[in-house]
Each structure stands twice: as structure tokens, then as C-alpha cells.
Ligand binder design. Structure first.
Ligand SMILES: Cc1cc2nc3c(=O)[nH]c(=O)nc-3n(C[C@H](O)[C@H](O)[C@H](O)COP(=O)(O)OP(=O)(O)OC[C@H]3O[C@@H](n4cnc5c(N)ncnc54)[C@H](O)[C@@H]3O)c2cc1C
Length: 396
């Protein structure tokens, strides 16, 4: 398989590049380049902008309002977003729940929810993990009891990214406590404004608020919000996790960050003749080679038939997140003492580089490094991925 683009793919790349360069404002691009977090308003604005071109759900088929792109076209789009400095569409709607709804949802669910995901007006969060049910997800205890035309939900979720932004949660609940754990789980769509839901923030090691605990106390969820069949939620949950792990590789963003770090290393060498530029460039080359091979794997995953795609999703997540951590480490090693102190918002103490287009700063590199420690935990830990691969791929 070659990384070279066909003339048609080159034309798509130029079309995406021109549109993003003309329409994504500098403040959003600056934040992206400095790897600072985007706000909810920005994320929604970019999603709406992409929607005007039919690009807001790049992995979806045309039948459901997507562009119907093949794997190569999707990776071109992701790479251009990263290169131009446009945030990618959110994981939770476009990558996770959207495909579950158009594959397993009722027509009414599709009509109600798909448009809000496409146009960026509705945010979703993922209610899977609980205290005591992370890697061992099937042991989850949040309970839903049928009561007439509704389920009554009680329990707790944890590590819920962007629950404080979300309008809706897709949530795994136990509907049969007697069955084998995997067979007693259902998949519910829960309106986050429903009485009985409370959210408590968790501040992570980077000093920011991404994560939350979510508590359910007698939350009444209409039975029409059940996806698929009762007690079959594990099937939909696994389908979704396969997509999540593919999306977590983050090739385009790594490529953009590496290119900024290359500029950063050159700038440091210009400023200080004792700086070990050869050593930095060797590390840069090694990371770039690993990224190239990851990109090939990602294309294979996107092109593979469903069963194989699920199998490739695991090594992709494992290799992608490890590489993200190694690139973030390269960043703070370059910045050295400049990576301290950790700035709470990313802004204080920032010094822009000498080159006009180089916005990387030490404290934000440190913030990024600290957040990336979680990359080998969320979406399934590396240890668990290795165990599954040992069984599924190597047959051990
Ligand atoms: C930044 C971040 C964002 C997240 N966002 C979300 C979200 O939006 N929604 C959501 O539902 N969840 C989210 N999570 C939760 C995430 O999915 C869990 O943290 C993850 O599945 C691990 O579960 P745990 O934290 O309970 O750790 P545990 O499962 O308790 O694992 C603890 C340690 O034991 C190891 N371990 C566990 N079981 C095995 C085994 N069988 N073999 C070998 N080693 C094992 C693990 O690898 C790990 O090192 C997020 C987590 C983080 C850090």
C-alpha cells in the first residue's frame, strides 16, 4: 500500500485545504497550533462550518448525510484539519453514537438525533465507566428498572468526558441482574436535562476540567430511548468501542504537532549553539517513521472488512496512543526548563516563538504531556488491549 495520493485525492486535499484556510479564523487555528483546549462554542462552530460542506461526519455514508468518503479520503480530511489548525469533529457524536444509531437505532431515533450531530448543535457524552467498572466494563452496576413506558435509572458513572457540555448521554445500564454480566446490559439514550441527574467535576493532572462524575437518582428515561433490544446493549457497546479505538490514533494531529516541534528545535538551535540539534533531529526522524507506519495501519483499518477492522482497531489504539505520549515527551524534552511551571489555563507565562508561525510554548507542551498520560488509559488500557490482541490475533 502506498502513501502517495491519486490525482483525484490530491484534488480533494486541495479543496479541503482551501476551504479550511479561507474559513477557519486565526484565533481557532492559533489555539489548535498551541495544543490548547478548544471551548464548547468553538467545537460547535467548527462542526456547523463543516456541515455547510457536508464534511461534519466524515466517516458516515451519504444515505445518512455523510460525504461517503473512503478510508483514504477520510484520512486526507483529518490530515488537512490538523495541518490547517481546525479541530476535528467531536468523537462522541460523529464517531461514537452516530454510527450506532444509523446501524441499530429506530427510524424515530435517527430522525431525532442524527441532524443535531451533523450540524454541531447537540453534544453527546459517553456513560460507560463506573467506579469499579472500567476495564471490567461488564461488571457495571448502574441500574435501569422498567416502569410502564419508561426506565428508572439509578447509579453512577465516572470519568465522563464533557458531561458538563453534553445535551445527551449514551449510557450502559444493567437491566437484568440475574443474567451473565454481558447479557444483562442495555444501551440507553439519556437527556442530560432529565430531573435526577447531577454532575460533579473532576480536575485532571493537567489542571483542566474535562472529566466528571455523573449521578442518577430515579431518572425517568422514556422506553423509546432504548437502542436495539433490551439486554443486548453489550453488542452495541462493543461496536462503538471498535470505532472509538480507531478514532483515537490521531495521525493527522501527531503529524501537525511533529512539524511544529521540528520548527521549535530549529529555533532553539538558532538561539543556543550548545543545543543538540542532531540529537533532536534523530528523535524527530524516528518519531516520523513510526507515524508513517501507523498511518498505513490506520488506512488498512479503514479499508478492511468489518471483522478485520475491529481487529486492527486494537493495535491502532495501542500504537497510536503510545506514539502520542512519545511525541509529547519529545516536546517537553525540547522545551527543557521552559516547560515549567505548568500554567493552569495554558495562557499565563506563555512566550511565543521567534518565528511568526511558531506558536508552541513550554508550559502548554507540559500540559499536553500530562494529559497524554491518560491516552493509554481511556478507550481501554494498553494492558487490556495487549491481552485481547494476544487472544484475538495471536490465538494465545
Ligand atoms: C482522560 C480520560 C477520559 C475518559 N473518558 C471517559 C468517558 O468519556 N466515558 C467513559 O465511560 N469512560 C471514560 N474514561 C474511563 C476509561 O475508559 C477507564 O479509565 C478505563 O477503561 C480503565 O478503567 P479504570 O480507570 O477503572 O481502571 P482499572 O480497570 O481499574 O485498571 C487499573 C489498572 O489495572 C490494569 N488492569 C485492569 N484489568 C486488567 C487485566 N484484565 N489484565 C491486565 N491489566 C489489567 C489496567 O490496565 C490499569 O493499569 C476516561 C478515562 C480517562 C483517563
Amino acid at each position: 500500500m502506498s502513501l502517495a495520493l491519486s490525482p483525484a485525492d490530491e484534488a480533494l486535499r486541495d479543496q479541503v485545504r482551501d476551504f479550511l484556510e479561507a474559513n477557519v479564523p486565526d484565533d481557532i487555528r492559533f489555539k489548535h497550533d498551541t495544543i490548547e483546549r478548544q471551548s464548547k462554542a468553538t467545537a460547535g462552530w467548527v462542526q456547523a462550518l463543516l456541515h455547510t460542506r457536508g464534511w461534519s461526519v466524515p466517516g458516515w455514508p451519504t444515505q445518512f448525510g455523510g460525504p461517503g468518503w473512503n478510508a483514504v479520503q477520510q484520512s486526507i480530511f483529518h490530515a488537512e484539519c490538523a495541518r490547517v489548525g481546525a479541530p476535528l469533529p467531536s468523537q462522541f457524536g460523529p464517531i461514537m453514537i452516530g454510527p450506532v444509531l444509523y446501524t441499530f437505532g429506530t427510524q424515530a431515533q435517527q430522525q431525532r438525533h442524527l441532524e443535531g450531530i451533523r450540524n454541531g448543535s447537540v453534544f453527546w457524552c459517553q456513560g460507560y465507566s463506573e467506579p469499579g467498572a472500567g476495564s471490567d466494563l461488564a461488571s457495571l452496576k448502574t441500574h435501569a428498572a422498567r416502569d410502564g413506558d419508561a426506565y428508572i435509572v439509578n447509579g453512577q458513572k465516572i470519568w465522563t468526558t464533557q458531561a458538563h457540555w453534553a445535551d445527551w448521554m449514551f449510557c450502559l445500564v444493567r437491566t437484568d441482574a440475574e443474567a451473565r454480566p454481558q447479557n444483562g446490559i442495555s444501551f440507553l439514550l439519556i437527556d442530560m436535562k432529565t430531573p435526577g441527574i447531577s454532575i460533579r467535576p473532576i480536575i485532571s493532572i493537567d489542571g483542566l476540567h474535562h472529566l466528571n462524575e455523573v449521578f442518577f437518582s430515579d431518572v425517568r428515561v422514556p422506553a423509546e430511548n432504548l437502542v436495539g433490544e433490551e439486554n443486548k446493549g453489550w453488542t452495541y457497546a462493543k461496536f462503538l468501542l471498535g470505532n472509538e479505538r480507531t478514532g483515537l490514533a490521531g495521525v493527522g494531529h501527531m503529524r501537525a504537532l511533529l512539524s511544529h516541534l521540528y520548527g521549535f528545535a530549529k529555533m532553539l538551535a538558532d538561539e543556543n549553539e550548545a543545543f543538540d540539534l542532531d540529537g533532536a533531529l534523530r528523535q524527530y526522524a524516528e518519531l516520523t517513521i513510526r507515524l508513517d507506519s501507523l498511518e498505513m495501519l490506520e488506512r488498512r483499518a479503514l479499508l478492511a472488512a468489518e471483522g478485520n477492522a475491529q481487529r486492527l482497531a486494537m493495535p491502532l489504539k495501542l500504537m497510536g496512543t503510545t506514539l502520542q505520549q512519545d511525541i509529547s515527551q519529545f516536546g517537553i524534552e525540547l522545551a527543557g526548563q521552559g516547560a515549567m511551571p505548568l500554567a493552569n489555563t495554558g495562557a499565563p507565562g506563555r512566550e511565543r516563538g521567534n518565528e511568526a508561525d511558531l506558536n508552541i510554548s513550554g508550559p502548554v507542551l507540559m500540559q499536553h504531556y500530562l494529559f497524554k498520560r491518560a491516552a493509554t488509559i481511556y478507550g481501554g488500557t494498553s494492558e487490556v488491549q495487549r491481552s485481547i490482541m494476544a487472544k484475538a490475533i495471536l490465538g494465545l
